[in-house]
Design a protein around this ligand. Structure first.
Ligand code: 5GP
Ligand code: MN
Length: 324
């Protein structure tokens, strides 16, 4: 599990005219922003580049990738594939065969659980966002970076650092952001798109989810859930639950927040966040998921209530490890 250099990777990309860029399922600001930044820079410099997705792009992130994504591989042959912000190939389950059909595969990521599944891999676990690595890569390639690319990187850093509040935020996150300001990006446009374009229905859903909130372990843990029925009642989509797990972590005294989203009958997506010393990546891995120490996720079968019981056993053990 050894990194290739950005120089090596930049050469492979520069030598190819056709680049297919893959994001992870349940796309977030970092994976879509990283993909958009690379795609737009490559197009600006004359290459054919497309982002390949396999599920719906959340409405509030659509502005990042509008017009440059598809759900079918537009290249029949002679293309390379770059996957961004994916720790393993289960993060792009339906596109694995397309990815591995490429003449060369490249994996750019910042998850410590990354298993180096590509021909060329570049993983920096301490990078706040994969987009920071894409910024370095575009610079290494020596190609011009259009403003739209810079705005996509800015969006990704904003979302993955939780507006520069998460523990993963570094001086480099600020430095790159400052360089993007110097480039003339419209940072306010990005903020309005990302954070000030909320649908009223999303707030109604949040209200419903928050009403399920329960604290445990003397208030050091908090859990809430969202059922398919709640989405239906409020006319919202799964992506409208984005941010709730961080909202739960905001509560004073909470160390670990857990959010459970019923994603199909009998199947639940779990999201966890940590404020203090805890490690939720380890818990997520026990259930076949992954992520970062302070932000991780997995899928658990059963009803939301059953999933809650299963996950809380492990979260309580983690709190015991810290405080027991
Ligand atoms: P979220 O809670 O926002 O869905 O995810 C938090 C972090 O954990 C993200 O970095 C995400 O990529 C990762 N993550 C979430 N769910 C999974 C999963 O099922 N498997 C893996 N490997 N990573 C996940
Ligand atoms: Mn990320």
């Amino acid at each position: 599990m050894k990194n290739n250099s950005l120089k090596e990777i930049s050469k492979i990309i520069l030598n190819s005219n056709r680049v297919l860029i893959l994001t992870h399922i349940n796309g977030d600001g970092d994976t879509l922003g990283s993909a958009a930044a690379l795609c737009l820079a490559l197009r600006e410099n004359g290459a054919e580049a497309w982002i390949l997705v396999e599920d719906k792009v959340p409405d509030n992130l659509e502005f990042l990738v509008a017009g440059i994504y598809t759900d079918k591989n537009p290249f029949d042959k002679h293309f390379i594939a770059v996957v961004v912000d994916c720790s393993d190939k289960e993060r792009f389950p339906e596109r694995q065969s397309v990815f591995f059909e490429a003449e060369a595969t490249i994996n750019i990521d910042h998850h410590m659980t990354n298993d180096y599944f590509a021909d060329y891999n570049y993983v920096e676990k301490d990078s706040a966002a994969t987009a920071e690595l894409v910024y370095l890569l575009i610079n290494e390639m020596g190609i011009s970076m259009p403003k739209s690319s810079g705005e996509a990187i800015f969006a990704a850093i904003n979302t993955d650092t939780g507006l520069y509040q998460n523990l993963n935020t570094t001086a480099r996150s600020h430095r790159i952001s400052a360089e993007l300001y110097d480039m003339g990006i419209d940072h306010n446009k990005v903020s309005v798109e990302l954070f000030q374009s909320v649908k009223p229905e999303k707030l109604k859903l949040e209200n419903m989810v928050i009403s399920t909130m329960e604290s445990f372990y003397g208030g050091k843990g908090v859990v809430a859930y969202c059922t398919l029925e709640m989405l239906e009642k409020t006319g919202t989509l799964k992506e409208d639950t984005e941010g709730i797990v961080a909202l739960l972590r905001n509560i004073k005294g909470v160390d670990i927040s857990v959010f459970i989203r019923e994603q199909a009958p009998g199947e639940n997506k779990i999201s966890m966040r940590v404020k203090g010393d805890g490690d939720v990546a380890r818990i997520a891995r026990m259930f076949g998921g992954g992520g970062h120490i302070k932000a991780a996720g997995c899928t658990i079968k059963g009803t939301p209530e059953e999933a809650k019981k299963e996950i809380l056993i492990e979260v309580e053990k983690e709190l015991d490890r810290l405080y027991g």
